[in-house]
Write a protein that binds this ligand. Structure first.
Ligand SMILES: Nc1ncnc2c1ncn2[C@@H]1O[C@H](COP(=O)(O)OP(=O)(O)O)[C@@H](O)[C@H]1O
Ligand SMILES: [Mg+2]
Length: 296
């Protein structure tokens, strides 16, 4: 089924907006707030999207007469509330709202074609207790060219710090750039977390000098970072070489961060996968908002 805009003021040609999806839930409202802040900091317009989904039992054989017409007013109310939240938070922000008929994940993927980034809540109005990530985040992160930010509340002990995962690969470049740019806009510092582990299979047969290994890993990481950091000399950065699995290293670091940035894929990526295993895991378990930035 193709998605049809029910009401759409269009996009200003040449200026891709920050797109945020809302279903009116508390989780989505946090996403609207995050998106309004980011749009204001980047000097971009904000486009708030609500997808009106066809009722599962509203099939072509037994259509429910006027079901969209009857659902649209609720959609308009959800959008009006989101618009109010954004304007109240960032007076003067250019805000437009769009009501589209279709499945939320599909609709937001389509909207991403004309977006600077897409912002979502980690949870929405559905889901079940204990669920780590709503279905829309799973449908959008890794599937679109632009950065996708999945918003959850930042931890109370978060400092002015953005954490970015770095696996010493070129694939991390766009994620680092995103982190440096956000840090510059927000006046935050960047903690670059590079998790490394000794090659496990050889552990029992060769004695390993872990210190030397860590130094070698750090030298290598610094060398790879240098060109990626050029142009961001004003951004305060710190490199953490962490002897740990990348997922646990990043999740621990996220408990002190306002934002965790990861690439969609890492080194040795199984390229057919839409999202690398680390990105997928941190989307479910991080303690702060997560930005997934597609590798080139
Ligand atoms: N109908 C919708 N229209 C636009 N965005 C939506 C819609 N439903 C969900 N979203 C976005 O996706 C986020 C996560 O919601 P979702 O994945 O549906 O989780 P849940 O399963 O908890 O409802 C929301 O916070 C919101 O940003
Ligand atoms: Mg939902």
């Amino acid at each position: 089924m193709t998605e049809q805009p029910i009401s759409d003021p269009g996009v200003d040609p040449g200026v891709d907006p920050v797109v945020v999806g809302t279903d009116g839930s508390a989780g989505a409202t946090r996403a609207v707030e995050w998106a309004a802040d980011d749009a204001a900091l980047r000097g971009l317009p904000l486009r708030v999207v609500h997808a009106v989904e066809r009722l599962p039992y509203d099939g072509p054989r037994y259509p429910i007469p006027d079901s969209y017409d009857r659902m649209a007013p609720t959609g308009e109310q959800i959008l009006a509330h989101a618009e109010w939240v954004a304007r109240d938070r960032r007076p003067g922000l250019d805000v437009t709202t769009v009501l589209v008929e279709g499945r939320p994940g599909r609709v937001l993927r389509d909207q991403a074609a004309r977006a600077a980034e897409v912002v979502l809540g980690s949870h929405g109005a559905g889901g079940f207790p204990g669920m780590l990530l709503g279905s829309v985040g799973n449908h959008v992160a890794g599937h679109v060219a632009v950065p996708v930010v999945v918003v959850r509340p930042a931890p109370p002990e978060a400092g002015a710090e953005i954490v970015v995962g770095f696996d010493c690969s070129k694939e991390s470049g766009p994620a680092l750039t995103y982190a440096f740019e956000e840090a510059r806009l927000r006046g935050h510092r960047v903690r670059i977390v590079c998790a490394w582990e000794p090659p496990v299979p050889y552990g029992p047969v060769i004695s390993m000098d872990l210190d030397a290994m860590r130094r070698a890993a750090e030298d290598y990481a610094r060398g790879e970072l240098e060109p990626l950091q050029s142009g961001y000399a004003d951004v305060k950065t710190e490199l953490d070489m962490v002897h740990d699995h990348p997922v646990s290293a990043l999740i621990k670091a996220s408990s002190r961060a306002v934002l965790l940035v990861v690439g969609s894929h890492g080194r040795n990526a199984f390229t057919a996968a839409v999202l690398g295993s680390v990105s997928r895991a941190v989307l479910g378990h991080a303690h702060c908002p997560v930005a997934v930035v597609k590798a080139r």
